[in-house]
Design a protein around this ligand. Sequence first.
Ligand code: NAD
Length: 254
Amino acid sequence: ADFPRERTALVTGAASPRGIGRAIAARLAADGWSVAVLDLDESACREEAERLADEHGVPCAGLGADIRDRDAVHTAVRRIEAELPQLVGLVNNAGVSSPVPFLDVSPAEWQRVVDVNLHGTFHVTQAVAKVMAPRRLGRVVSISSTSAERGGGVYGRAAYSASKAALLGLSRTLARELGPYGITANSVAPGSIDTDIMGGRLTDERKATLLADLPVGRIGTVHDVAAVVAFLLSEQAGYLTGVTYDVNGGSHIA
Ligand code: NAD
């Protein structure tokens, strides 16, 4: 189907002030997308949506929802359908990390991480794919992690790595099953990006350790990730599906 000039992207986990999702939302709005900003805190989402709408002149909406809550997710998607232009893009960005080593991880901690990163992503993606499929157009991008590819990251351990690796399998399956409906599905696997997910700002010491193994010679930024996501959502990326884009400065070369 034709790629509409007025179109909407849903970005989950998009209200974190220094987060990747917020940078993705801003980049997409700058590219002319209407953005549905979804995160746990409804008022933070509304504020961010208003800011984007003012700055970029595109209608946007803020949606408070916990992606683990299937009903809340369906309500959010219905609101997008009612209030915004055609839903063409989905960015599965909401996620939680876990620094607990495998020998110590409790079932509750394991469940917490998998509930958000995998089950939550399932709920959102299924709700969105059901409205995209009849229109024969969609772009789905899921944020995985270098941690999924190399067996843990600098911060994320087993539960995190396993849940992020699951997203790679999910994306590849979506690429096969939803391709006939005009929907592409891809993954972006960022390396260490300076956000608050690792429990606050990176210390100078931690930065130095990370830099020692980094061919590109600098820590990644949220904009490095947003640029790749924006490309994968664009009309011109229509022949890319089932692929993983590594955005890691060369820290892990697969
Ligand atoms: P962040 O903590 O700043 O942002 C994550 C956002 O997800 C937060 O706004 C949070 O409220 C939201 N969220 C968490 N659980 C949710 C739920 N149940 N329902 C709705 N929203 C929920 O972290 P970030 O670094 O910006 O992470 C964004 C994504 O990028 C995550 O999926 C993360 O795993 C991934 N990632 C980050 C890095 C990194 O180094 N920062 C590296 C690789 C991958």
